[in-house]
Design a protein around this ligand. Structure first.
Ligand code: SAM
Length: 275
């Protein structure tokens, strides 16, 4: 399905989101807090629009996707960008080593993955202790009136407008609507992240909750246990129900005796960047 829409994928996004998709990308990139020297995994990267925004801050980005059509379009568009590397990869079975990235992110992709919890587990596996995971995904508008109007737009307007731009896209955007309606709420997704063992899980709504931006940090490993032990889900911690402007606590504040020292990248990257 994504192979078919790949050439006009970004144009469709701009039109159908009335330009909001660009603002959502800016917010997502801020939450990732990329900087020079960081190695960031962008899963379900599609044509690499999200990857390019991250690479613009100097980070090296592995843009992973399992649609050859999207990857081909992404390689073409980003041919002159040495910081982006396109890799064929299934989000549920990543071909990367444990602890090999400073951060992992997925924009508008997790909802499409057949086993999203497994994809989250894979992100936790490949991100270094102290690194962050950022998820941008369509979500549930907080107001009933907005939710009603948004549902009508998705069901009736979106597939028709999409078909005007790309005949093949109508079916894809009908699917988009169905998958959005079936997707868990902000709170539910935050719960999945905590269950996967992430710490300091928080989210904020963008455009009244049409999109939600979730983030969490991979815990630092206990000094005496193996990497595998770190990956076991931690007991859920009590956290605020929502954090509209999540502020990360610097990793250095964590008890140094119980945890492996946080990686160098996590401290500066976490200072009030994902507001
Ligand atoms: C809506 S696009 C998002 C593209 C990009 N992240 C963006 O923000 O524009 C969703 C992408 O998820 C990819 N995808 C879906 N399931 C996947 C999986 N299991 N592994 C890797 N990519 C997947 C699709 O191929 C598609 O390119």
């Amino acid at each position: 399905m994504f192979d078919e829409v790949s050439p006009r994928y970004d144009l469709l996004n701009d039109v159908l989101s009335a330009g909001n998709s660009r603002l959502w990308r800016i917010a997502t990139t801020r939450a990732i807090a990329p900087r020079k020297g960081m190695r960031v995994l962008d899963i379900a990267a599609g044509t690499g629009t999200s990857s390019a925004a991250i690479a613009a801050h100097g980070a090296h980005v592995i843009a992973a996707d399992f649609s050859e059509g999207m990857l081909a379009e992404g390689r073409k568009r980003n041919a002159d960008n040495d910081l982006i590397e396109f890799v064929f990869a299934d989000a549920t079975k990543l071909p990367f080593d444990d602890d090999s990235f400073d951060a992992a992110t997925i924009s508008y992709g997790l909802r499409n993955v057949s086993d999203p919890k497994q994809a989250i587990a894979e992100m936790v596996r490949v991100v270094k202790p102290g690194g962050r995971i950022v998820i941008a995904e369509f979500s549930r508008p907080s107001s009933d009136a907005v939710n009603w109007a948004y549902t009508k737009y998705n069901r009736h307007v979106l597939p028709r407008v999409a078909a005007l731009i790309n005949r093949d896209a109508a079916e894809a955007y009908k699917y988009l609507n169905e998958s959005i309606e079936a997707w868990p709420t902000q709170e539910e997704l935050a719960k999945w992240l905590r269950e996967a063992g992430l710490e300091r899980v928080a989210y904020r709504n963008l455009s009244l909750g049409i999109v939600a931006l979730h983030r969490g940090f991979v815990p630092s490993a206990p000094v005496t246990t193996s990497t595998a032990a770190r990956k076991k889900p931690a007991a859920p911690k009590k956290e605020p129900k929502s954090a509209p402007t999540p502020k990360a606590t610097p990793a250095t504040k964590k008890p140094p005796t119980a945890k492996k020292p946080a990686t160098k990248t996590s401290t500066p990257a976490s200072k009030g960047t994902d507001k």
